[in-house]
Design a protein around this ligand. Structure first.
Ligand code: FES
Length: 134
């Protein structure tokens, strides 16, 4: 019989470092997603460049910027740079220069019912106003 298999690896638990401060990124080992904390909560941004799929790097800004992201004033302390063809994204993932055709993807965060750990779901895209409050 035909079965629709969901890949279990698309959903995984992460433990945020207690020391993670606003603007610092945490990349779970072996994953192409960065988690950030800001005043409103936690969010997860894909590190897969929307051009040809290279892994972008979060790079700290020398000065914190405040931008309107999905209607919320958001402090941005980093930007994303792609090493392959130079695409650049703002700290919330909007493509601003280079060949990248669209913003980086954001993924839903939730809490595991069994142990209360933070869960990232790579199969569930959310908009750039999403914040998860721990
Ligand atoms: Fe990132 Fe081409 S893959 S700019």
């Amino acid at each position: 019989k035909a079965a629709v298999l969901s890949s279990p690896s698309k959903k995984f638990k992460v433990t945020l470092p207690a020391s993670l401060s606003a603007g610092q990124s945490y990349v779970p080992p072996g994953r192409s997603v960065a988690l950030f904390r800001d005043d409103d909560g936690v969010y997860a941004v894909s590190l897969v460049c929307t051009h040809l799929g290279c892994t972008v790097r979060a790079s700290a800004l020398s000065q914190v910027k405040t931008e309107d992201v999905g209607g919320k004033k958001t402090r941005l302390t980093h930007e994303f740079l792609c090493p392959c063809h130079g695409s650049k994204y703002t700290g919330e993932g909007t493509n601003v220069s280079g060949p990248a055709p669209k913003p980086l993807t954001w993924f839903r965060l939730s809490v595991a019912p069994d142990d209360g750990q933070l869960v990232v779901d790579l199969a569930d895209e959310v908009d750039h106003a999403f914040r998860f409050t721990l």
